[in-house]
Design a protein around this ligand. Sequence first.
Ligand code: ADP
Ligand code: ZN
Length: 602
Amino acid sequence: MKQSVTQILDFFKKHKYGKMTLALIVTGAIIAGALFLTAKPDEEPVPLSEVAEAISAGQVNRIEDSPDTGILTIYYKDKSQDTTRRDKTAPFLEQMKYLGVSETQMAQLQYELVEQKSMSGDKVINIAISVAMLGLLGFALVRMNGGAMAGIRKKYTEGDIPNTTFKDVAGIDESREELIDIVTFLKNKEMYARMGARMPRGVLLVGDPGTGKTLLAKAIAGEAGVPFFTTSGSEFVEVFVGVGASRVRSLFKKARSKAPCIIFIDEIDAAGRKRNAGSGGGEMEQDQTLNQLLVEMDGFAAAEGVVVLGATNRVDVLDPALTRPGRFDRHVNVPRPDIKGRLSILEVHVKDRRLAPDVNLLDVAKSTPGLVGADLANIVNEAAILAVRSGHEAITKADFQEAVEKALTGGVQQKSRVMKEDERRTIAYHEAGHAVVMHETPHSDPVYKITIIPRGQMGGFTMALPEQDRLLMSRNQILARITGLMGGRVAEELFCDDITSGAGHDLKVATQLAEEMVMRLGMSDTGLRVFNKPEGFEGMAAPRTGQKTFEELDHAIKQILDQCYAEAKRIVSEKRETMERVTQSLLKQETLSREEFVAIMQ
Ligand code: ADP
Ligand code: ZN
C-alpha cells in the first residue's frame, strides 16, 4: 500500500502539470468528503419553519441568536437543543413573524443576542465550503472584470481596526478638521485624562446621504488605530419590544471591552426621533431603544475612550435628550462638495485605475453639480465597467461621459439631487443678491462665505459673520440684516424670469426680526410696550391686544419689511454689473470665500 502511494506521487511529480493536478484532486476529494458528511440526513440543520412551529407550540425555552454569523441555537423545553442558520439580511424576529409566530408567542421565550458562536464539526465544514465557494466566485468575478473592480478590499468585520484613513476622505476638509481632536484623544487618552481635558464623547455628523459620514467615522478609527463598531438606527426599530434596547446594550458591552474604540450609529434619527411625535406601532420600542442608548451614553466615563459618532441628515427631528451636554453635544456638518471637492474625491477614486490621456477630471467635476461622494464613487466604478465592456485599455473620456449621464438621469443613484442648469442660475443670482446687498449695507456683518451647493432644504446660502462677538444688536444692525435677507428675492425679480420659493426661509427670518423689533424691543413708532409671545392654547384663545393695537403693530412690521425691501432693490439695481460678476464666479466655482468675494467687489 505504502509503495503504491509513492508510485502515484512519483507519477505526478514527473508530469508537467502534475503538481497542480494533484492539488486539484486533493481539493476535490476534501470537498466531496465534506459534502458526503454534511449530506447525512440526520445532520441537516432544522428548517426555520420548524423552529417557528416549535415556538408557536410553546416548546421552545430559549433562543440564542448570533447576528454576525446568522447561527441560531434553540433550547427546547424538553432539554434538547438544535443549531440552525437563518437569513442574516433580515432580523430574526421579522422572519419569525413572517412564518406566523405572534408577538405573544415570541414573548414567552427568552431571546438573546450572543457573539459569534462556534458550531459542531460538520456544520463548520459546511460553512467553510460556502465561504470557499464564495471566495472563488468573488475571485473569478474580479478577474473577469479585468481589474475594474480593483478597489475591492477585504470585507470589514465588526470590531476590526479599519484600514481606511483620512487619505480616503476627500473634499470635506472642514468637517475632517473638526474631528481631528478625536483622533488625538483616542491615541492619547491617558494624557487627556491626566491633564483633565474635556474629552469628546458623542459627536453628530450631519449631512445628506452619501456625503461620506460613514467613511469619515471609519477613517477616524483607522487613523487612531482603534476598533470600529457600527450599527444603524433603523436596525433598532423592531416590531418586538425590547430587541432594539438589547442590541444597544450588547453593542456597548462589546465596545467597552475593546476601548479605546469608536461606535458609529448610522441613521440615528430612526432610533432617536422626538418622542410622542405622531402615533402608531413601534413607538414604545423606539422609546426603549432611545432610553437604552441614553443610559449607555451616560453610563461610561468619557475617560474610558469610547467615542460615539452618530450620523443623520436631520438634526431637527432628533429627541432633544440626545443632544444634551455629555451626549451628542457636538455637531459637525458634512456638506455636499463643491467643484474643488468633487475633483479631489474623483482623484481618490481613480487612484488605482488606468485613465486614458483624454480624461480631464476637472470636466467631470464640473459636470456633476449637486452630486455627493457616493455618487462620484459610483461614477468612477461605472466608467470602469463601461471601459471593460467596450474593451478599452483604460477608462476614456467617453466612458466617463456615459457614466455621468447615467448618474444624472437617475440610473445609478436614486436619492441624489441633481441641479438643473436654470435652477443653478437662479440660485446663483439669489445668493449674489444677498452678498452684494450685505456688502453695500453699512451696518451689515461682512460676507464670510457664499455657496450655491445645496444643503438640506436650502438651495445655497450666504453667510455673514460679525467681526467680533457681541452682546447687543443695534437697530441699524437688525435693519441691515433684514435688508440683506431681502437681497435674494430682489435679485430673482430683477435677473430671472420668475420668482421662486427659494426666498421663503429668508422672508420668514426677516418677518421674525421685524416682529421682534416692534413687539419686543420697542424699536418702532408704536411705542415701548412689549408683547409676550402667545403660547399654546392660551395664546390662541385670548388675544392680548385690542383690534386697533393689533393693526398698528401689524402696520409697523410691514413698514420695516417694505423699507428694507426698497433699500435692497435700490442696491441691486445700481450694482447690476457687480451682480453679474459675482453670479458668474459662483456658477464657475460654486463657493466663494470672503477673500474671493472681496476681490470681485473691488
Ligand atoms: P454617508 O455615510 O454619508 O451616507 P458614506 O460614507 O457611506 O456616506 O459614503 C459611501 C461611499 O461613497 C464611501 O464609501 C466612499 O467610497 C464614497 N464617498 C463618499 N464621500 C466621500 C468623500 N468625501 N471622499 C471620498 N469618497 C467618498
Ligand atoms: Zn436666500
